[in-house]
Each structure stands twice: as structure tokens, then as C-alpha cells.
Ligand binder design. Structure first.
Ligand SMILES: Nc1nc2c(ncn2[C@@H]2O[C@@H]3COP(=O)(O)O[C@H]4[C@@H](O)[C@H](n5cnc6c(=O)[nH]c(N)nc65)O[C@@H]4COP(=O)(O)O[C@H]3[C@H]2O)c(=O)[nH]1
Length: 868
């Protein structure tokens, strides 16, 4: 089986991608831009500097040109003959100042603010300031440097020029000797030459014009000491005096270039940045998408891996195995669990077809469905199929499968699972068996019995046989359980079930319905003959002793039969009818059988009605107690009284206890009734202080653990002296559980009450009982007394019981004395007390009080009877 391996764990990481690719790219772009920008700025700055250098040269040149121009103009005037004549040879101020000579034209035409004519004695002979002749001394006006300039000018042919200061103004000053061409200058003594001086102020106007001419914008003069501008030319006199400087705003081609370049560059940067942002964003989106898809892929891989692990865990942990077959249904694959579960090697099975490996399960048609499913290429599930394991044992599995297709959609076989359910099926079978069978005997239980009965009744219609339901109840089984314990009881039941099965035919059903209740469904063509025959056999077989723990046990069986045709087809009804018949069998004295008849049901209904009435009687206080005297044969006096319950029925009149006490015992009502009688009798006895009161105790009361407490409470409540109470019990009390009965009798004796053995001689009459328990009285049953007349046997029994009582020192009382002869006989035989109609029937308390008052003695009665 292919399993996807563990994922590589190299997840696509968007952050890493951004860090490794996008950020360096962005940094590179920023650096490139910065370098370009720096380069452009440095270039621009260089260009600016070159421009400053060039303009400085130009400014210097301009200054030089202007100075030369002053010198040239000066020279033109200095070589003029008239100037020589009128300002050297003679000084004609009028001529000189005439416009056109050296007058206003010097200022207005040439623009020189000052013009001087200085003779050889350095005296200013002529001065014109701003076009007007002034009487000023040039050397005073320009105190520094002019003298030197004059001497330089005098000694050479070319004018001497220089920058000099006049007050705050800086002047371009040119000085040259006034020498016409007609005079050979070399012949002259410089000290004899008169000098002509022109001075041009470097004023705002001049500089502005010069700036225009030489493209030096904003050319201005700045006095010395002010902050130097970026482009300037210092003005220094010949003597090195700092005169200030001229400055201008040089062109800034670099900045121009920048101005030109920066917007497109900025635009390019913006576009590039926008593009970069776009790229980054797209990259991010793509990265994110990649990340997401990487995550999805990883999650998918993880899920797939987990799913595979889960699948593998489940496949390995469960008992299932996985199989696969090809299109021809040949097995081609088994998971590892196959060998572990089946013990078979996969190789030994691969190649077989599904049909060959799996076989049919007899209880289901799984294999048939498998054949149909595989040939029809359809899915199948929950098919129960069998296979043989490595030991050749047949095992059951639950099969599921579905068709598989290749990538072209063509059918390529089946794939599915198989679960070994052998243990489950066996457990289910065990559980089903347990649910339907009795654990002790292994016989069908009530549920299965009903099923079988239903089946038998439904089958009955199709075949002539008739169904009989036979209900059995063991007689005296309780005694076995109580005396030998439940273990012995269980063994007896197991042996009994074997005997029942041995007596029945294979198509009959023997079931244990619970406790010692068994039932048989008998199918027979000749009913009720066959069921009666079976019942007779069963009674005989069960009567035979059982051997349990080396003991021989005897039990009997009471049987009720209900035949389907007679009782209708309702299974419940049939069972109920068999039960009613069983009840009648028990009533009939046990160890016998009865067949259900419709009147049994009517009787049962009547009994139920009586039961209802009795319950009502208790509630409605319809019960009363009557009293019958017991006469002492020695004293001939009434010494005791027996309390006997009566039921004054609203419609039936006075009902005898013989008619309702058994019912009261069956229903448990006797416990309440008995307590009520006891209390009533004890209370009544208080009004007859000379008498004892005898009260009957039912065996059912005797089994009640509260009996001792009840008697003690009644005595306490009523205040009757315990010695005056005599409790009459029958032998059956002792038969059930002698040891516990003796314990109870002893406890009652301890209370101080007397105990009488009632109806002596009618039951088992075991002398052992009399021996093991010291009864105070034995009451000889009235049946013996009634039978005494002419029957030697009964007389002999009575005589022997009286003797027995005497020897055991117990009082003997004879019941049912109806004649004087009986009384005489009993007196003669030494009986202690007698009781019977001969003296009085049981009568109501009031009547008894009168009877007691009228009692004159036994003799009188006896003699009157004798007389009669
Ligand atoms: N033929 C005839 N019968 C005589 C004669 N003298 C007395 N009897 C009857 O004999 C029965 C004596 O009571 P028992 O043997 O204890 O037999 C009692 C006793 O076993 C039972 N029984 C009566 N009252 C109670 C009771 O309160 N509790 C219990 N547990 N049983 C009671 O019912 C039985 C029947 O009681 P009763 O019908 O009252 O019948 C009484 C009584 O009326 C006679 O000369 N001839």
C-alpha cells in the first residue's frame, strides 16, 4: 500500500522572499538614484565653479579692458597738441574747460568723473569734476597712490593705470604725460612733464554697464570687509591696499542643468518608485498568494499525511483487513492485517477469486450477494461470508467492497474490507442462547417457550396434529430447598429436566418457566389421550426418588393440561388455562393431573370474586369472632374458650372459616386477619377472667418473622396475662421447617403463652415433634372423635393419644364432642378437656357470657344428656 511520506518541511516563506529579493532591489535602486543624483549635483557644482572661474576671468578682463580704455582715452588727450599748449606750456583753463576740449565732454562723453592736469611740480593746474572745472588738488582728492602713478606715467610713454581710492569711491585712474607726437619724449625729463589724469569711478552705473557688456549680472562693488561672495574680484591698489571687490551673480549652469534634469529625474524616480511599489505589491500579492497556496498545499499534505496515518492506525489496530481484486475478481492485494488475523500468508491466497476464497454462510446469503455484487460491478456491504483460516477452521467475516476505476474511468476491480466477526457471532449466539434458555437446566425459558408455542399453534392449522400445553409444578420442592439448601434443589431440578426430556418426543418442547414450574408443548394427533398418557408417565417418573448428595429425595408433581382446540388458539390463553388446570390438580391433593375445562375458569373467577370480597370484608369490618367453650373433665367447669373467626357476608350470611381461611392463606390476608382475631380474643378474654383463650395460628402466620413481636404487642396492648393465652398450631407448621418452627415456638413459650398441637392425628403425626417440643396441649382431631362410635380403630387411636399426652405430661383435649357417649368415653379414658357441639357451638361473645353465667356444671349436663 502506498503511503505519502512526511512533507519536506520547506515551506514557501513570503517574508523571506521580500527580505531576500525585494529589499535588496529597492536598496539598489535607492543607491543608484543617490549616486546619479550625487553625480548630477557634483557635476552641476563643478559646472558652477567653472562658470565662476570663467566669469571671474571675464570680470578681471573687463576691469583690465576698462582700465585700458581709460588709458587709451587719456592717451588720446595727452598727445593732443592743444592740450600741450593750453595745459602744459600755458594753462588756459577757459580753453580747457570748453566743451569738446577737456571740459564737460570728459564726463559726459567719456564718462570720467575726474580729470586733472598736474604740472611738473605736482600742482593741479586744472581739474574738472563730473564735467565741471573745479579748483581742487588731485593729490588731496586721491591721497594714496596717485603720486606713484604720476611718476610711473611720467617715466614711460604709455599711461600708468591703477585702482585708487577717493574717499569711499574706488577709481580707475590713468596718468600719462602731456606730450604731443611732435616732441620726442625720450628727450624730455620726466620731471618736467605735465601729467594728464583721468579717473573713472567704479560706481553702480559703470559696473552695471560693464556687467551688461561682459555678461556679469548684478555686478556691484562691495567695500572691503564685507563678506565675500561666491564670484568676486578683489580690488587692490598698486601699493597693495585692499580697496574692496567687485562681485556679481555668476551664471549657474550646473543648477540650470539640475533644474532641467531634476523634474524628469524626479518624475522618473516617482514613476520608477510607483513601478517598484507596483512590482512590490504585485510581488507581495503573488508572494501572499504563493504563501497561501503553499500553506494550502502544506495543509493538504499534512491532512493527507494525517489521514494516511489515521487510516494506517485504524487499519493496523482493527481486526479488519483490506483487500483488492482485479477486474477478473482475482485477489491482488491484502493489507498486513490479513495474515495477522487469518494466519494465512497473502501469497497463498493472492490469485484466487473472491468466490473461491469466501464461501457461503449457512445462516445468511452473504456469499450469493457477493457473487451478484461483483458480477454486477456494484458496491456491497455487511455481507456475511465464511473463509477457512490457517488451521482450516471456518470463520465468519463481514465483507464490504466497492468497484474501483483507473484514470480512464474503466472498471479495474474491487477494493474493500473484511472484518472477522467469528467471535462476535459466537458471542451473539451465546447471548441469544442465554436469552432464550434457562441457565440452570439448559431448557428453553419462558420467552422461547412462547415462541415455540406460537410456532406450534401456527403450524397446527396446516397439520392435523393438536397442541397441548402441559404445566407442571413440583410438590414439596420448597421443603427440599428449605431443608437441604438451594444447591440440592438445583441438582434436583437438573435431574428433573433430564427426566422430562427423556419422557418427551423430539418435536415436543420442555421449558422451565421459573422456580419449580415447568411446561411442555406436546404435539399429538390424538389429544387429549396422548397428553394424559404423558402426564401419567411423568407422575410415575417424578415420583421415583432423586439422588442428591447421597440423599434420597421424594417429590411429586401436579400437572395441568390445556388442549389448543379446546382452549382456543391464543397462546397466552392456552398457557393460562393449563395453569388453571394445574391449580385444580393441586387442590385435588397433588401428584395428579387435570385437563382444563371451561367451568374451572368459572370457579376461578368465583374464587377471585371471593378474594375481592374478603379484602373488602377486612376493610368493612365484616369479620367477627365466635367462642366455643372447653370443659375440664376433672372439675366439670369451663376452663378455656376457643376463638373462631366468622365472616358475616352481606348476601351469603355467616361464612365458615373453612370457606375463606384457605383463601386468606393463599392471598396472605391471613396475617392481618390473624392479628385482628388475636387482639379481639385477648381483649374479650379480659371479661372472662377465669378462662384461658385459645387462638388458631395459621402456618402462613407462622412463617412470618414478625409473629413473636405481634403476639408480644397484642399482649402488651390488651394487658392479658400471657399464661391465659393458648396458641393452637397444626402439624403442617412443623413439617415445613421444623428447626425454625421450634425456635419460634420456644420464643412464644418465652413470652409465657401456652402452645397447643391442633388437629393431632390428621397430618404426619410424628411423635418426634412431640418429643422435641414440649407442647402444653394436644388436641385430638374431631374426625377421630366422630368416628369413635362403633369403630374400634378410632377409639384405640384416641385412647393411645390420651396415653401419649399423659406420658408426655401434656393436656389432652378432644374436639368435636357431640354426644354424651363420647364425653363419657373420653372421661373414662382420662382425657383432660373436651370441646364440642354437645356443650355449645361457637357463639358470639355476648351469648357466651350468658352461657358462662348459666353454666352449672358438667355433671348436670351429662346426666341430662344421659337422661335424654
Ligand atoms: N362437626 C363439628 N364441628 C365442631 C364441633 N365442635 C367444634 N367444631 C368445629 O371444629 C372446628 C374447630 O376448630 P379447628 O379445628 O381449629 O378448625 C378451625 C381452624 O383450623 C380454622 N379457623 C377458625 N378460626 C380461625 C382463626 O381465627 N384463625 C385460623 N388460622 N384458623 C381458624 O377453621 C377451622 C374451622 O373452624 P370452624 O368452622 O369454626 O370449626 C370449628 C368448630 O366450629 C362438633 O361437635 N362437631
Amino acid at each position: 500500500m502506498h503511503f505519502i511520506g512526511k512533507s519536506s518541511g520547506v515551506a514557501f516563506n513570503g517574508e523571506k522572499f521580500t527580505r531576500r529579493i525585494i529589499l535588496p532591489l529597492a536598496a539598489l535602486m535607492i543607491v543608484a538614484f543617490t549616486v546619479v543624483l550625487a553625480f548630477v549635483i557634483v557635476s552641476a557644482d563643478g559646472q558652477n565653479r567653472l562658470e565662476v572661474e570663467a566669469s571671474t576671468k571675464l570680470a578681471k578682463t573687463a576691469l583690465t579692458v576698462k582700465t585700458r580704455e581709460v588709458a587709451r582715452n587719456l592717451r588720446d588727450y595727452a598727445v593732443w597738441e592743444d592740450v600741450y599748449n593750453n595745459l602744459h606750456l600755458a594753462v588756459d583753463v577757459e580753453w580747457a574747460s570748453t566743451d569738446g576740449n577737456v571740459g564737460a565732454n570728459i564726463f559726459e562723453g567719456l564718462g570720467y568723473e575726474m580729470a586733472f592736469a598736474i604740472n611738473s611740480q605736482k600742482r593741479t593746474v586744472y581739474a574738472v569734476i563730473e564735467g565741471k572745472p573745479k579748483d581742487v588738488d588731485a593729490l588731496s582728492l586721491i591721497p594714496q597712490g596717485l603720486a606713484t602713478l604720476l611718476s610711473q606715467g611720467a617715466s614711460r610713454s604709455e599711461p600708468a593705470t591703477g585702482l585708487l581710492k577717493s574717499g569711499e569711491d574706488v577709481l580707475i585712474v590713468a596718468a600719462t604725460g602731456i606730450v604731443p607726437p611732435s616732441i620726442n619724449r625720450s628727450t624730455l625729463n620726466p620731471d618736467d612733464i605735465s601729467m594728464l589724469v583721468f579717473a573713472k569711478k567704479l560706481d553702480e552705473k559703470f559696473l552695471a554697464r560693464m556687467g551688461e557688456e561682459y555678461l556679469l549680472s548684478n555686478l556691484v562693488f562691495m567695500p572691503a570687509g564685507t563678506a565675500e561672495a561666491s564670484a568676486s574680484v578683489p580690488l587692490v591698489s598698486e601699493e597693495g591696499q585692499d580697496l574692496g571687490y567687485i562681485t556679481w551673480s555668476p551664471a549657474e549652469p550646473g543648477y540650470e542643468l539640475l533644474r532641467l534634469l531634476l523634474p524628469p529625474l524626479a518624475a522618473a524616480v516617482v514613476v520608477l518608485a510607483a513601478f517598484a511599489v507596483l512590482v512590490v505589491r504585485n510581488a507581495r500579492r503573488s508572494t501572499h498568494a504563493l504563501e497561501e497556496s503553499a500553506k494550502t498545499v502544506e495543509a493538504f499534505a499534512q491532512t493527507l499525511q494525517e489521514s494516511e496515518m489515521r487510516f494506517r492506525d485504524v487499519a493496523e489496530a482493527s481486526s479488519d483487513w483490506i483487500w483488492e481484486c482485479d477486474p477478473d475478481l482475482h485477489l491482488v492485494y491484502f493489507s498486513a492485517r490479513f495474515s495477522e488475523v487469518t494466519g494465512l500468508s497473502a501469497a497463498s491466497v493472492l490469485g484466487k477469486t473472491l468466490e473461491q476464497f469466501f464461501s457461503s454462510d449457512t445462516e445468511s446469503d452473504g456469499w450469493q450477494l457477493l457473487v451478484e455484487g461483483t458480477h454486477g460491478q456494484s458496491s456491497f456491504r455487511d455481507l456475511r461470508c465464511c473463509y477457512r483460516d490457517a488451521n482450516g477452521q471456518s470463520r465468519i467475516c463481514r465483507l464490504a467492497g466497492r468497484p474501483i476505476s483507473n484514470s480512464h474511468g474503466t472498471f479495474s476491480g474491487f477494493r474493500g474490507t473484511a472484518t472477522d466477526i467469528t467471535d462476535e457471532v459466537q458471542a451473539q449466539a451465546r447471548a441469544t442462547h442465554l436469552a432464550l434458555h434457562d441457565a440452570l437446566t439448559g431448557l428453553p425459558n419462558r420467552v422461547l417457550f412462547r415462541d415455540r408455542l406460537n410456532l406450534a399453534l401456527s403450524g397446527k392449522r396446516r397439520n392435523p396434529s393438536r397442541v397441548a400445553v402441559i404445566c407442571l409444578d413440583l410438590d414439596h420442592f420448597k421443603e427440599v430447598n428449605d431443608t437441604l439448601g438451594h444447591g440440592a434443589g438445583d441438582v434436583l431440578l437438573q435431574q428433573l429436566s433430564d427426566r422430562l426430556q427423556a419422557c418427551t418426543k423430539s418435536n415436543d418442547t420442555v421449558a422451565r418457566l421459573g422456580g419449580d414450574e415447568f411446561a411442555i408443548i406436546q404435539i399429538g394427533a390424538n389429544q387429549p389421550f396422548e397428553s394424559e398418557q404423558l402426564c401419567r408417565t411423568l407422575i410415575e417418573v417424578i415420583r421415583a426418588p432423586f439422588h442428591v448428595d447421597d440423599q434420597e429425595l421424594h417429590v411429586g408433581v401436579s400437572i395441568g393440561i390445556a388442549i389448543a382446540d379446546m382452549s382456543g388458539d391464543d397462546p397466552e390463553r392456552l398457557l393460562k388455562n393449563a395453569d388453571i388446570a394445574l391449580y385444580r390438580a393441586k387442590q385435588a391433593g397433588r401428584a395428579t393431573y387435570r385437563i382444563f375445562e371451561a367451568k374451572m375458569d368459572q370457579e376461578l373467577q368465583a374464587r377471585k370474586a371471593l378474594e375481592y370480597d374478603l379484602r373488602q370484608a377486612v376493610l368493612k369490618h365484616e369479620l367477627e369472632v365466635h367462642y366455643q367453650p372447653l370443659i375440664d373433665l376433672d372439675s366439670k367447669s369451663i376452663v378455656a374458650v376457643e376463638a373462631l373467626v366468622r365472616w358475616r357476608h352481606p348476601s351469603r350470611g355467616l361464612v365458615s372459616p373453612m370457606d375463606f381461611i384457605p383463601l386468606a392463606e393463599e392471598t396472605g390476608l391471613i396475617v392481618g386477619i390473624g392479628e385482628w382475631v388475636l387482639e379481639k380474643a385477648c381483649t374479650q378474654a379480659l371479661s372472662w377472667p377465669q378462662l384461658r383463650v385459645a387462638v388458631n395460628l395459621s402456618p402462613i402466620q407462622f412463617r412470618n418473622r414478625d409473629l413473636i413481636e405481634t403476639v408480644r404487642d397484642v399482649l402488651t396492648r390488651t394487658g392479658l396475662e400471657p399464661a391465659r393465652l393458648e396458641l393452637e398450631i397444626t402439624e403442617s407448621v412443623l413439617i415445613n421447617d421444623a428447626s425454625s418452627a421450634l425456635d419460634i415456638l420456644n420464643a412464644l413459650k418465652d413470652l409465657g403463652v401456652r402452645i397447643a398441637m391442633d388437629d393431632f392425628g390428621t397430618g404426619y403425626s410424628s411423635l418426634g415433634y412431640l418429643n422435641s417440643f414440649p407442647f402444653d396441649k394436644i388436641k385430638i382431631d374431631r374426625s377421630f372423635i366422630g368416628d369413635m362410635n362403633g369403630k374400634d380403630k378410632s377409639s384405640a387411636i384416641v385412647r393411645s393419644v390420651i396415653t401419649l399426652g399423659q406420658s408426655l405430661n401434656m393436656t389432652t383435649t378432644a374436639e368435636g364432642v357431640e354426644t354424651a357417649e363420647q364425653a363419657t368415653f373420653l372421661t373414662q379414658e382420662g382425657c383432660n378437656q373436651i370441646q364440642g357441639y354437645y356443650f355449645s357451638r361457637p357463639i358470639a361473645a355476648d351469648e357466651f357470657t350468658i352461657f358462662l353465667e348459666n353454666w352449672t356444671g358438667f355433671e348436670t349436663n351429662l346426666s341430662s344428656v344421659a337422661a335424654a
